[in-house]
Design a protein around this ligand. Sequence first.
Ligand code: BMP
Length: 208
Amino acid sequence: MDSRLILALDFPSGDLDNILNSLKDLVAGVKVGFPLSLMIGWEGISEIVKRYPEYYWIADFKLADIPDVVRYILRKFEDMNMDGVIIHLFTGHKRYDSKLDLIGVAGMSHPEARLIRENFIKLLEIADLLNIWGIVVGATRPEMIREARRRLPKVRIFSPGVGFQGAKPGSALEAGADFEIIGRSILRSKDPVKAAEGIVKVERHNLW
Ligand code: BMP
C-alpha cells in the first residue's frame, strides 16, 4: 500500500471496528500503546490485531528495560501478531533475535525532550550499531529528520508530532521520514475519514 500514514490509536471516540474498517484504504499501519491497552486490555488489543491483519501493527510501549525482560515482552508481542515494536535506545540494547521490526526512539516531538535531543547523535549511533530496522524522530524537528536520514540512509523513519503537536502534514516526509504517525487530528475530528483523506492528499501532493 502506498500510504505513509500510521494511525496512533490512542483515544478512539467511536466504535473501534468502525474506525478500523473505514480507514483501511488510507492508513498503512496502526500504533497502539498504553492509552488503548488501559482502555480495552491486552485481550482487546490482541483481538483487533488479529481481526485486522491488513494493517501494519506497532506496539508502542517504548521499552526501556533489561534485555531478558525486553526479550520476554517481544515474544509476547510476537504471539499477539504485532509487526513492529518501539524501544528506547538510551538504555543500550543487545541485538534481539525477534521476528518483530524493532523501532528505536532517537528523537521525540515534545519540547521537553531535551535530554533525548542533546543525545540525538549518540542515539543514532546506537541505532546504527544495532542495525535497527526503524527509528522514531519527531516531526516538530525536521532538521533532526534530515540529519537522521543523512546518517542512516536505509533506516525507516517514523515521525509523530503532526497536526495536534504543530507540524504540518507532509512536512516530515518532505524532510526524509518514511511515515507520519498521526492520532488526534484524525480521531478527534468529527469526520475521521475526511480528516485522514485530507492528510493523505497533502502527503501525496508533497511527495509524489
Ligand atoms: P498525536 O498525533 O495525537 O499527537 O499522537 C502522536 C502519537 O505519537 C502518540 O501516540 C504519542 O505517544 C506518539 N509519540 C509522539 O507524539 N512523540 C514522540 O516523540 C514519540 C511518540 O511515540
